[in-house]
Write a protein that binds this ligand. Structure first.
Ligand SMILES: C[S@@+](CC[C@H](N)C(=O)[O-])C[C@H]1O[C@@H](n2cnc3c(N)ncnc32)[C@H](O)[C@@H]1O
Length: 191
């Protein structure tokens, strides 16, 4: 059921949805571990989709931690609110992250878990969203974003790594998670 609703959104807007199936539980475990969700008191998620990472974040974050998600597509906003009713989900772009975290009463966050399809974004949009991420992270905060294993072979995928390295003090890669459609890894970028 979740696969079908995701696939429908993919057909409507392939460039912004980015993949035709939700991420696997193993990828959700890897990206939330890379972001340090279990030690964070303020977590932000970009592009929750149907909530594959959202659900794991809610289970891993410490009791009392704050969590805000920002999603561009209205149908996904509804889906993730239904799946994780305790999460504050804003309908809008991650490029406007500061506006949304302030509306939720935060001035910065400890980590960001991103499901955005950066490797399909033009350079300008990549830069806008990465600048917004750097702006809302505390010093030493972590930005984790996944990408399919083949994307660094393509220009926008290469650009993503360069854009991360230009903005963050350290950029690392997790091992590839093979049980995902398609296999993927996460960048862990530290401010
Ligand atoms: C590849 S899907 C990932 C969904 C989910 N995190 C997962 O891994 O299954 C990308 C998601 O990012 C959302 N998205 C794309 N551009 C966005 C933006 N500028 N701001 C917020 N969400 C965006 C899409 O609507 C979609 O839900």
């Amino acid at each position: 059921m979740e696969f079908l609703s995701f696939f429908k959104q993919y057909l409507a807007s392939p460039k912004y949805v980015g993949g035709f199936a939700p991420s696997s539980r193993l990828l959700a475990e890897a990206i939330t571990e890379a972001a340090g969700v279990s030690r964070a008191s303020r977590v932000v998620e970009f592009g929750p989709g149907t909530g594959a990472f959202t659900e794991v974040i809610t289970k891993k974050m410490p009791p009392g931690a704050s969590f805000v998600a920002i999603e561009l597509r209205e149908d996904f906003v509804k889906a993730v609110r239904k799946k994780c009713p305790a999460v504050q989900v804003f309908h809008g772009s991650a490029a406007d992250a500061r506006k949304y975290i302030e509306a939720a009463g935060m001035d910065c966050c400890d980590c960001i878990v991103s499901g955005l399809p950066f490797a399909l974004f033009e350079d300008e949009l990549q830069c806008q969203i990465l600048d917004a991420a750097v702006d809302i992270l505390k010093p030493g905060g972590i930005f984790a974003t996944f990408t399919y294993f083949f994307s660094p072979s393509f220009p926008a995928g290469k650009k993503l790594q360069q854009n991360l390295e230009a903005r963050f003090a350290r950029v690392e890669r997790t091992p590839t998670v093979w049980l995902n459609l398609f296999p993927a890894f996460a960048y862990r970028a530290i401010k």
